[in-house]
Design a protein around this ligand. Structure first.
Ligand code: HEM
Ligand code: HEM
Length: 257
């Protein structure tokens, strides 16, 4: 495996090692917060705050992992000698700058307190992800919501999940205070859980579809519409042994008889 192949693994590894374990804890703490509010079971007052803290880390982990996946697509295509990168180094630098700006908006979202600032930085972070994702280098399966492929697109499920998590993070004080926001949040939470399952399936499918660098020339020469690849030429026949071939052939045929 080359360095680019290892880099491809950074996104799934971060998701598996960090994001999904935090998802489990966040959902569990959310259920406990609900049990506490509805007085189903006595729970410590900290469960709601703990849930929100885990949620904030979950949002940040997802944004960072998504940025890594997007920037990987740009960097790998820039260094791929086979495909010219539109705009060259200047455009790549600009895309990296947008990535850095998106990360800065996420950090600002952690710090700001007032509602208009929280809404603005959450929207800016999401706009950064959408802006980078709309580039032609990003594999989106389909951009048409009326096609089946759109609904099985790893990219679209990913950006929708990012948007939902950013909304919950930005609206944290309102979810604590208002019942309407909490109901909206729980509905968003159910959709979030479904999307996390969809992303696990489509992400693994995509990983299966991406060849290693040295396999690319052969795999991309295949016809993906007809699902055919060029059959390799037959292997050259093994040269006949120079001496005493006849007795051994006779011996083997008599043995088999
Ligand atoms: C996997 C995603 C999430 C799920 C499934 C989820 C689920 C829930 C549930 C079931 C509740 C209890 C609602 C009730 O009392 O009726 C809740 C409350 C809450 N959630 Fe989430 N949540 C998620 C992510 C987040 C995120 C990312 C944040 C923000 C950082 C967040 C912030 C809150 C807050 C502030 C409350 C109110 C806690 C309280 O009243 O003590 N959640 N969530
Ligand atoms: C929270 C869950 C996840 C989110 C939000 C997410 C989001 C994304 C996004 C937005 C992209 C960029 C689209 C693209 O470049 O094609 C992407 C790419 C990718 N994801 Fe995920 N993903 C998640 C989980 C996973 C998992 C569990 C795997 C595999 C086990 C995975 C494997 C991949 C692969 C192989 C790519 C293509 C890499 C590339 O071309 O940059 N993802 N993901």
């Amino acid at each position: 495996m080359t360095a680019t192949d290892w880099l491809l693994l950074l996104h799934p590894v971060l998701i598996i090692l960090f994001v999904y374990p935090v998802v489990g804890a966040t959902i569990r703490l959310g259920i406990l917060a609900r049990e506490r509010r509805l007085k189903i079971h006595p729970q410590p007052p900290s469960v709601g705050v703990e849930h929100a803290d885990h949620g904030r880390w979950l949002t940040s982990g997802v944004v960072v992992a998504v940025l890594i996946a997007l920037l990987y697509s740009f960097v790998s295509k820039f260094f791929d000698a086979g495909t010219p990168f539109a705009g060259g180094g200047t455009r790549l630098a600009l895309l990296l700058l947008v990535g850095a700006g998106t990360l800065a908006s996420l950090l600002a979202l952690w710090r700001v307190r007032k509602a208009p600032y929280r809404a603005s930085f959450a929207l800016l972070t999401w706009a950064g992800v959408l802006g980078l994702g709309s580039q032609p280098e990003i594999w989106r399966l389909s951009d048409n919501p009326f096609s089946g492929e759109f609904w099985s697109s790893h990219y679209w499920a990913g950006v929708l999940l990012t948007g939902l998590l950013l909304f919950s993070t930005a609206a944290k004080p309102e979810i604590f205070k208002s019942l309407r926001f909490r109901r909206l949040h729980v509905s968003a939470g159910v959709l979030t859980a479904v999307l996390l399952a969809v992303l696990a399936i489509t992400g693994t499918r995509d990983l299966l579809n991406i060849p290693l660098s040295w396999q690319k020339p052969a795999i991309y020469a295949c016809n993906f519409e007809q699902r055919t690849c060029r059959t390799p030429p037959p292997a050259p026949a093994a040269p006949a042994p120079a001496t005493s071939s006849a007795p051994s052939a006779a011996a083997s045929s008599s043995a088999s008889a």
